[in-house]
Structure formats: structure tokens, C-alpha cells
Design a protein around this ligand. Structure first.
Ligand code: FES
Length: 103
């Protein structure tokens, strides 16, 4: 069982229990504000941008070069930024907290 918390751009915290699959799919299935996922999860639109809480970055992992190229186009990106469609949740991610970047 994996519980994930999204902090939306308007400051609300939304917890999702039993999160499975990609973090982007969890977000869209739960109508998380600020995750549009326009490209459907192929990593080409940037509309699923989240900032992983720093304490989670090691377990989640940093963006690879291709992902980073896209994130570099986002004005509110940080070193903790990831495309949520590129994060596949596992049991290790139980308790994960991410901020939705929004646009
Ligand atoms: S859904 Fe388009 S980059 Fe993630």
C-alpha cells in the first residue's frame, strides 16, 4: 500500500491511499489540480510537472537528460522537479510528498 500526498498550487494537500502505477495517472485519476497531462504520459508536454520533496529525491531519483531538457523549459522548475508521468510508484514510495508545479 502506497500513500502519496499532493500539494496543489493553491496550497491544498490531497492524500491518495493505495496509489499504484505512474504518479501522473494517480494524479489524473484523483483530479489533482495542476496536473493536465496533455501528452498522455509520453514525457513530451511538461504539464505533469511536480517538485519532489528533497527528502524523497533519492528514492524517487532525479530526472534523466531527456526529462531535464523538458523541465528546463518550465520557469518554476528546481533541482527537485520531475515529470510525474516518469515516476512509477512502488511500495518504497509510501509517504511520498510532491508539490504540483502548475502553470
Ligand atoms: S504527461 Fe506529458 S510530460 Fe508527463
Amino acid at each position: 500500500m502506497t500513500r502519496v500526498t499532493f500539494i496543489t498550487p493553491d496550497g491544498n494537500q490531497v492524500q491518495v491511499e493505495d496509489a499504484v502505477g505512474s504518479l501522473m495517472n494517480v494524479a489524473t485519476d484523483n483530479d489533482i489540480t495542476g496536473i493536465d497531462a496533455d501528452c498522455g504520459g509520453v514525457g513530451s508536454c511538461g504539464t505533469c510537472h511536480v517538485r519532489v520533496r528533497p527528502e524523497w529525491l533519492e528514492k524517487v531519483g532525479k530526472a534523466d537528460a531527456l526529462e531535464k531538457d523538458l523541465l528546463d523549459l518550465e520557469e518554476n522548475a528546481t533541482e527537485c522537479s520531475r515529470l510525474s508521468c516518469q515516476i512509477e510508484l512502488t511500495d518504497e514510495h509510501d509517504g511520498l510528498v510532491v508539490e504540483v508545479a502548475g502553470r
